[in-house]
Design a protein around this ligand. Structure first.
Ligand SMILES: [Zn+2]
Ligand SMILES: [Zn+2]
Ligand SMILES: [Zn+2]
Ligand SMILES: [Zn+2]
Ligand SMILES: [Zn+2]
Ligand SMILES: [Zn+2]
Ligand SMILES: [Zn+2]
Ligand SMILES: [Zn+2]
Length: 502
């Protein structure tokens, strides 16, 4: 493991950005309109003919002309019934009055026989009676007459009735075309409409061309659009999916929030240009290739110069060294679980401790000194795995996978093995683990692909110049191939013969 295999600069595959579709971008901000297509169908009038001011529609058959004074029903019992011994107007006792007027079924002080609305003397008038009170006709109409559903003035003489309301004929016209209403009429927001103008006024409109919608439309940004009217606010391309910025839709390329696709080193725009990527998919211009050092952890080209006095580390490996004891627990679980998928089960639990290299060297076997990990045993049982602190997450995973190989052999009572066999098996555990690390963003090709950094680590194991580690791994791999054995079968062979199959 001590030796480092360097990548030939030419080994990176040259990639050309084919289209905007290759841009790597989080999906979170994406607004997909494809699923939002709706259909208006036939437009129908809103509301029923209940005639309230919420809006309604009715047919010409429902309204008729009338020519009499009409009283609103709600005014029917408005007047208080006069008490027998009291003057209905002043409500004082009338039984001892000197002179009285008898009229409309009551006895009045003569000067109290007045119109309840205007308080004027009614003794010489021809009153309209309402609940035993004398009204001027004009006052009666003002007080109790039906109000027009449009102008709210009392309706006298000719009147129209529709949707449970009464209207002046002059008010019974379409608000848009001002023509007298006939046929289907609609009441909306306190206004009347003929059917044609109602449909034109209230049917949904396209947020783009503002014309009425029909058939299929797109719903986006709280508006509706004709399919072809939903376009990028900048380049006017018809949009299938969009990015929203300040309430306007943009295509991916025009999105003002778009993170520029730039070279990680010189930051020039790489859109439409050829570029290379390092292991962690950081893009950079071709001309930088080979001019920057390789990351000492993952062996990819670093896209930023190392800080003074520190070994070169790529951005990923700089940002992922904060492994703590909670994280190691998580990593151990993941490694054990992934190896279980290959039929390599460890039925015991044990801790992983982050320590410095000196501590590891104290407990490590002779061949393991200088390695970033070792395992302490208590008889067949693992006490703990020691892992060098300050390593990147992927290094910790890889080291633990190797140690699990040692634990497997010890727990299962394997006979004493030569270091080359023991380390060969442990390196095979490491590789089996790495082979299961799938690329979440695979390139072109079929099926799941191994994550590039894991592939790089596998390559390092296979090409390791150490006779014990690299040699052991290659010996086991070749033996498995020629004997056509799976790893569990090869392990059984090693248990019996203490040597690789052949
Ligand atoms: Zn009056
Ligand atoms: Zn009116
Ligand atoms: Zn009209
Ligand atoms: Zn439109
Ligand atoms: Zn655009
Ligand atoms: Zn560049
Ligand atoms: Zn790195
Ligand atoms: Zn080992």
């Amino acid at each position: 493991m001590g030796s480092c295999v360097s990548t030939e600069p030419g080994e990176e595959s040259l990639k050309t950005q084919k289209s905007a579709g290759m841009l790597k971008k989080g999906k979170s901000g994406k607004n997909d309109v494809v699923g939002n297509i709706g259909n208006i169908g036939g437009l129908s009038a809103v509301g029923g003919d209940d005639g309230d001011f919420e809006g309604g529609s009715t047919n010409a058959n429902d309204f008729v002309k009338k020519a009499s004074i009409k009283m609103d029903e709600k005014n029917a019992n408005k007047m208080k019934k006069p008490a027998p011994n009291l003057c209905p107007t002043c409500e004082k006792d009338i039984t001892h009055a000197e002179s009285v007027k008898r009229a409309l079924g009551s006895t009045w002080h003569p000067e109290c026989f007045v119109c309840p609305k205007c308080k004027k003397d009614m003794r010489r008038e021809d009153p309209v009676e309402k609940d035993g009170y004398p009204f001027h006709e004009k006052c009666f109409i003002e007080e109790f007459g039906t109000k027009c559903g449009i102008c709210n003035e009392v309706v006298v003489g000719e009147q129209m009735e529709a949707l449970g309301k009464t209207y002046h004929p002059k008010c019974f016209v379409c608000d848009v075309c001002t023509q007298p209403l006939k046929g289907q009429i609609h009441h909306e927001n306190g206004k009347l409409y003929c059917n044609a103008d109602y449909v034109e006024t209230f049917k949904p409109r396209c947020g783009g061309c503002e014309k009425a919608l029909a058939g299929f439309f797109i719903v986006a940004l709280d508006q509706k659009f004709h399919k072809d009217c939903f376009t990028c606010a900048k380049c006017k391309t018809v949009l299938q999916e969009y990015e929203e910025h300040e309430g306007k839709p943009y295509c991916e390329m025009c999105d003002p929030n778009r993170k520029a696709f730039v070279c990680s080193i010189c930051e020039i725009d790489l859109t439409g240009k050829s570029y290379l990527e390092n292991l962690w998919k950081e893009p950079y211009c071709q001309e930088h290739d080979g001019l920057y050092p390789l990351c000492t952890v993952c062996n990819t080209m670093v896209c930023q110069l190392p800080r003074k006095g520190e070994p070169p580390r790529c951005k990923h490996c700089t940002e992922n060294t904060n492994v703590d004891s909670d994280k190691t627990k998580e990593i151990l679980e993941k490694v054990l679980n992934d190896l279980k998928q290959c039929g390599l089960t460890i039925p015991k639990t044990f801790p992983v401790r982050l320590v410095d290299q000196a501590k590891i060297n104290t407990y490590a076997s002779k061949v393991h000194k200088g390695m970033p990990s070792c395992t302490r045993f208590d008889g067949p049982d693992p006490m703990e795995i020691l892992v060098r602190k300050g390593m990147v997450v992927e290094e910790v995973e890889s080291a633990i996978a190797h140690e699990v190989g040692h634990i497997y052999l010890n727990l299962n009572g394997y006979p004493k093995l030569k270091p080359i066999v023991e380390e060969g098996v442990s390196e095979m555990f490491r590789v089996k683990y790495l082979e299961q690390q799938v690329d979440p963003e695979p390139g072109f090709g079929f099926g799941p692909q191994i994550r590039p950094d894991a592939l790089e680590r596998i390559k390092r194991v296979a090409e390791n110049q150490s006779m014990i580690f690299g040699g052991g791994y290659r010996g086991l791999l070749e033996g498995m191939k020629s004997a056509r054995m799976s790893l569990p079968q090869a392990l059984e062979h090693i248990y019996k013969h203490t040597w690789f199959p052949s």
